[in-house]
Design a protein around this ligand. Structure first.
Ligand SMILES: Cc1cc2nc3c(=O)[nH]c(=O)nc-3n(C[C@H](O)[C@H](O)[C@H](O)COP(=O)(O)O)c2cc1C
Length: 323
């Protein structure tokens, strides 16, 4: 399902934006885990406010390391075409490989501001945003969205066709409506229907939590690729396993020792990048690294309450000694 070399090809495995997760440090860790297999994987930043870019309220989110330039997608959210176009230009100048527009975020704070999934209720505005962003940048412009606002308004096929006409290069589709948020199961059959209606590459997204499931999603939807989000948290190996599985190579399960040693590297990278501030952002990952370990509840609690770099690394080292 994967070819050995991806030169000039759109990678089939996508780690889509996750606010608070796909930051520079985690992307660096993913590349470390993937090694030479990195070529098969497309990475994205967290979503970034287009207004925030203009007013520089959170410049850290857009930061790309030198080796990420022209390789990582920058995702923007916003609903003002001109603001989005200007922000996209700034992101392009910062080294983005492509601009992804968030039209799927279900969170009230975002949709109440008419951003994210709220754009599914305004297809003409969504189309105008794409056209303006496309005029402003030379790099590919993609969209990430859902099946519709709710069960009664599953307008994704018309919506996506409009965006395709406006020139998006690919679509990442989470197989749920906005109303579902993360409940129920992602509807891969519906993704297949959308993929069938479009000419551009589609990335199937939702509930892919193993290499086997990634292969199943590709087979069931016939999409160009898959986007794996939550399953990567504290588990970057799922990406390597998926690449190997799709290359028809065998892959190993990861031992607890290796998981915890990688968690230590994750902490080092975060500390190196932002000092103690970077450490607090890791807690979501750390609770997953200890999953399945004997006494996991104890270690999870100890890591959640660890106040600083030293306590956190010592806790992990103690956990390693119990293996
Ligand atoms: C913590 C978290 C943060 C997320 N942030 C974003 C985001 O910034 N932009 C976006 O388009 N989707 C975001 N998502 C949605 C994911 O990219 C993905 O569409 C969703 O989790 C479904 O895929 P999964 O079942 O593989 O997790 C986020 C999801 C989670 C769990």
């Amino acid at each position: 399902m994967l070819e050995k070399s991806t030169k000039n090809k759109l990678a089939k495995i996508y780690i889509p934006p996750m606010a608070g997760v796909t930051d520079l440090v985690f992307r660096r860790l993913i590349r470390y885990v993937l090694g030479s297999y990195s070529q098969h994987v497309r990475l994205s930043t967290e979503m970034i406010s287009s207004k925030g870019i203009l007013y520089q309220t959170n410049p850290a989110r857009m930061r790309l390391s030198d080796d990420e330039k022209e390789k990582v997608i920058i995702q923007l959210f916003g609903h003002e075409p001109a603001t989005m176009a200007t922000a996209a230009k700034i992101a392009e100048n910062a080294g983005a490989a492509g601009i992804d527009i968030n039209m799927g975020c279900p969170v009230p704070k975002i949709v109440n501001g008419k951003d994210g999934a709220a754009l599914m209720k305004e297809p003409c505005l969504a189309e105008e945003i794409v056209r303006e962003v496309k005029k402003s940048v030379k790099i590919p412009v993609s969209v990430k969205t859902r099946l519709g606002w709710n069960e009664q308004n599953k307008n994704i096929i018309d919506f996506a066709l409009k965006l395709q006409d406006a020139g998006i290069s690919s679509l990442t589709l989470h197989g749920r409506t906005r109303a579902q948020s993360y409940t129920g199961t992602a509807d891969w059959d519906y993704i297949a229907k959308v993929n069938n209606a479009l000419d551009i590459p589609v990335f199937a997204n939702g509930d892919i939590n193993s290499a086997e499931k990634a292969k199943m999603a590709l087979e069931q939807t016939a999409c160009h690729g898959v986007a794996i989000a939550r399953a990567c948290i504290g588990n970057p190996w799922i990406i390597l396993q998926t690449v190997k599985h799709l290359l028809a190579e065998t892959y190993e399960e990861i031992s607890h020792r290796e998981k915890l040693e990688t968690a230590l590297i994750h902490i080092e990278l975060a500390y190196e990048d932002k000092g103690e501030k970077g450490i607090q952002a890791l807690k979501r990952h750390l609770s997953k690294y200890v999953s399945g370990l004997e006494g996991a509840a104890h270690w999870r609690q100890a890591l959640a309450t660890a106040e600083n770099y030293l306590t956190m690394t010592n806790t992990l080292k103690q956990a390693i000694q119990t293996i």
